[in-house]
Design a protein around this ligand. Structure first.
Ligand SMILES: O=C(O)CCC(=O)C(=O)O
Ligand SMILES: [Fe+2]
Length: 196
């Protein structure tokens, strides 16, 4: 068991076309549902909210990806296109509305990825979408992970994104329903195959 096995896990057998995913970022309207500073540093364009599966008809490659995930209609609740501005970080936070996410890098050049922090008893501050935001000084960083392949991430413990490159960073982020935690989703993946 490696040090981060309860925080992040590589998902190495999904198949998808990156260029097609990239094209969705051009057509979507970006709405920031985060209160990170500056707010435009980290934009989430919602594709699927609360099981509104009809929306996916407009995004065939995303449809193709979710169909590779076992029991997707029971487990997946949110799908967002996330764009992070060059030279920005997001503060340490715990996600609102989900405990675990499958993040697929779509455009990820150079030094960008996530920071992982120790658990904390600190209460942090709530933001507009129910995430809990911490000051950097309230938490201890344990790792920076520059990931270029799909991963599942434990978003119920403090984490934050960084993009020290000169390019926009773009990821597809698939949020599981809040009753599924990282361990459960990882077990689905390890024991039965997250994909079907
Ligand atoms: O940008 C990332 O890789 C992680 C972003 C994040 O905070 C999340 O997916 O919950
Ligand atoms: Fe997050």
């Amino acid at each position: 068991m490696n040090l981060f096995s309860h925080r992040i896990e590589l998902i190495d057998h999904l198949s998808y076309d990156e260029d097609e995913l990239l094209s969705y970022f051009k057509t979507s309207t970006f709405i920031s549902r985060y209160s990170f500073e500056p707010p435009e540093a980290f934009l989430l364009a919602p594709i699927l909210w609360n099981d509104n599966w009809d929306n996916l008809d407009n995004y065939p490659m995303i449809n193709n990806i979710v169909k590779q995930i076992k029991e997707y209609k029971n487990t997946i609740k949110w799908i967002d296109l996330l764009t992070q501005a060059p030279g920005t970080t997001t503060p340490p936070h715990i996600d609102g509305g989900r405990q675990v996410a499958l993040n697929i890098p779509v455009q990820s050049e150079g030094m960008c990825g996530i920071n992982i922090y120790k658990r904390t008893k600190n209460k942090g501050k709530s933001d507009a979408i129910g995430s809990t935001i911490f000051d950097e000084s309230e938490v201890e960083k344990i790792a920076s992970i520059n990931y270029k392949l799909p991963v599942i991430i434990n978003t119920a413990v403090p984490h934050g994104a960084f993009n020290y490159s000169n390019f926009k960073r773009k990821i597809l982020t698939i949020g599981f329903a809040p009753n599924f935690n990282f361990r459960r989703i990882r077990e689905l993946y390890k024991n039965y195959g997250l994909s079907q």
